[in-house]
Design a protein around this ligand. Sequence first.
Ligand SMILES: *[C@@H]1O[C@H](CO)[C@@H](O)[C@H](O)[C@H]1NC(C)=O
Ligand SMILES: *[C@@H]1O[C@H](CO)[C@@H](O)[C@H](O)[C@H]1NC(C)=O
Length: 242
Amino acid sequence: MELSNVVVLLILGFAGVSCMKPTLINECKKGTPNAERCVLAVAERMRPKIAKGEFPEGFTVPRLDPAFIERLEVTGDPNFIAVFENVTVSGLKAFHVDKLTVHTSDQQISLVTKLDYIHLKGKYTMKSNLKMLPPVDGAGYATLELTNVKVLVRLHYFLIGKKGAKTVRFLPTEFKVMFDGDANFALTNALRGKPDQVTNEAINKMPHEILNKTKPAVQRHLSETFTTIVNHLMEDAERERK
Ligand SMILES: *[C@@H]1O[C@H](CO)[C@@H](O)[C@H](O)[C@H]1NC(C)=O
Ligand SMILES: *[C@@H]1O[C@H](CO)[C@@H](O)[C@H](O)[C@H]1NC(C)=O
């Protein structure tokens, strides 16, 4: 399975957690007033390493920038069907965490990560018939430039294992992507027989039409990948310790 993904950036908080080892997690749990600072400090220390994919030997976490999405399918709406394949995502290493909150009472961590600029490039097929857009029925290459993307994640964390060998697992309870900035699509061959420029100009007048339709699939994909990566990281961290 191809784990590399946009969301690796979000692990920063949790890669932090994984490297804190259970003792520190317990510290963060007990020392309620300093929980945020404790997690953030480790996350910040880990950030450059996560961005470059520099993990200790034995870790199998993929590189963050550029990241890779093998396949993303958007279905569920007969008026909008799309498949994106072999998508390269760059710009992720500039992520920053705007907010991180540890709710010790119900063992939840929430964080908001912001990306100032992302560039995506890959293959696409799309069939769309949306009210506000010219119809799209094409296949070719697509690029997308986004500014100001926010990702909000809320995870439940829990300790597993026996006394003295406890470890942490995460379960996402909320995962939201917000496209707060500009978006610019460039599709080739989006409408057979029409010049690319005409279709793209129309799409880019209302890029949020397509973004909105794509969002649930993106969130689902990211949430799954994210969970896998985070829990995978935890396993690696445990193996390291042994
Ligand atoms: C995606 O990349 C893989 C590996 O390079 C390749 O086998 C596959 O044909 C590509 N898919 C498309 C749609 O280009
Ligand atoms: C996006 O979708 C939501 C519902 O999922 C809707 O409330 C909102 O108006 C949509 N925005 C655009 C620009 O289509």
